[in-house]
Design a protein around this ligand. Sequence first.
Ligand code: G3P
Length: 215
Amino acid sequence: MKFFLDTANVPEIREAAALGLCDGVTTNPSLLAREDGDPREIVREIAKICDGPISAEVVGMTAEEMVREGLEWAKVADNVVVKIPMTTEGLKAIRTLSEQGIATNTTLIFQPVQALMAAKSGASMVSPFVGRLDDIQAPGMELIETIRQIFENYDIATEILVASIRSPMHVLDAARIGADIATMPFSVLETLARHPLTDIGIERFLADWEKVKNR
Ligand code: G3P
């Protein structure tokens, strides 16, 4: 499973890339609004740091506007993937962009047939939001399971990108189900590497080594 960073924060992306754990990045208008500077410049910089797919989202509501914005985003860097919201206008835009060879990521997916429709329209990736479903007491991970099953039934190559990840358990479940990508905040990536028994184990080894090192 690929690890993507769900952030537009350049220092965080640099750190994940230095760890060798940045297979891609997902941004959205809210994440870009948290950072200073021109969003296009931020995405351009991110695309230089991480050579995987970098999602940048359109904000237009008609297919025409989405295609126009998508073509602009695609010029920012070769690895930019155009993120399009799951609407009927969005589906039209996905088809037009994919016919022009531009990769797309369909965002804000909350039910399985939305993912099937996006895939049929030519989406390279679909982004089901697990955390926001959990927030309303609907099991987010069941959505991932069902999409995985549907895509396997029909041999669909569109990648399942698990989004709105809030905890290491989401990442574990995504991997267990066989999602293609998990996109996570940097804080989740950091937490994934830790275990209290690892820390206690290191402490013990170091303490024991103190006893023997001067022999
Ligand atoms: O990639 C989409 C993601 O950023 C949404 O996360 O935590 O705002 O639901 P969240």
